[in-house]
Ligand binder design. Structure first.
Ligand code: HEC
Length: 244
């Protein structure tokens, strides 16, 4: 095959695949922040309460997560680890994948690595853009994942959003409407936004837990290099005294 044609195909084909599954929703940016331990801790707690029922984190242990996030062990055992589980265990959902598939049309995937496949910005937008669509089995649709099988699990926190076209009236066309909360939930709009951010931030952490450790180690490595530099400098000065 002509090499130029081959290169062009490599570039175009994945692009087409991505375009066909993507929605034209204008994403709101979010930047993950692993230094923000309170955010990661809140994200972890929300995940346990609202997501683990369906989505396992089967490459992640309770114990490792709580120590990475600076949560004292006794507090974790009392408040975070599900009844009947041990702190050293992997975080596996109790849901049976076969049954889940028949309930939702698709089994809820494991989310340990989801932030590597879908970036954290996608997850953040996904969590904030569930809106009422009575044609769907659970009565809701999603702006960044059209016709998703997942219900709006944080409805009690966010309330219900409607997709309202600028000229008035409801429309289900992706992209060309504004999401308006008509029936509020337990959280204010800002608090819900923060909750979605925290969960996306937490899933960014589970995607590569060693990133957190690297950040911490990096500081010590740099300090070590500074000390080494000073010592080498002083040693060099001693040597040059003897030469002259
Ligand atoms: C009642 C079960 C259930 C709960 C609870 C639930 N989900 Fe889901 N979720 C699903 C199902 C089912 C899918 C697959 C949807 C599909 O493919 O159409 C899904 C898909 C997803 C996806 C897309 C995965 C991918 O790459 O395709 C993400 C991200 C996600 N869920 C995040 C969450 C988060 C975060 C929470 C907690 C706030 C949560 N889910 C709670 C059932 C659930």
């Amino acid at each position: 095959m002509n090499i130029r044609l081959f290169v062009a195909m490599c570039l175009v084909v994945p692009g087409l695949a991505a375009a066909s599954s993507a929605s034209d929703w204008k994403m709101k940016e979010m930047t993950p922040d692993l230094e923000n331990l309170p955010s990661l801790q809140r994200g972890f707690r929300l995940y346990l309460n609202y997501c683990l029922g369906c989505h396992s984190l089967k490459y992640q242990r309770y114990g490792r997560t709580t120590s990475d996030l600076g949560i004292p062990r006794d507090i974790a055992v009392e408040n975070l680890v599900f009844t009947g589980r041990k702190i050293g265990e992997l975080m596996v959902s109790a849901m049976d994948p076969e049954q889940a598939k028949s309930w939702f049309g698709a089994p809820p995937p494991d989310l340990t690595m989801v932030a590597r496949v879908r970036d954290p910005t996608w997850i953040y937008n996904y969590l904030t853009t569930f809106y009422v669509d009575t044609s769907r089995p659970f009565g809701v649709n999603n702006k960044v994942f059209p016709n998703v099988g997942m219900p709006h699990v944080m409805m009690d926190l966010q309330g219900l959003q409607f997709c309202t076209s600028p000229g008035g009236g409801n429309t289900d066309e992706a992209g060309d409407c504004e999401l308006v909360t008509e029936e509020g939930g337990l959280y204010s709009a800002e608090d819900f936004d923060r909750a979605a951010y925290d969960i996306a931030n937490f899933l960014f952490y589970t995607g590569e837990p060693s990133r957190l450790e690297r950040h911490r180690l990096g500081v010590y490595v740099l300090l070590f290099l500074v000390v080494l530099y000073v010592l080498t400098f002083l040693l060099g000065r001693e040597y040059s005294k003897e030469v002259h």
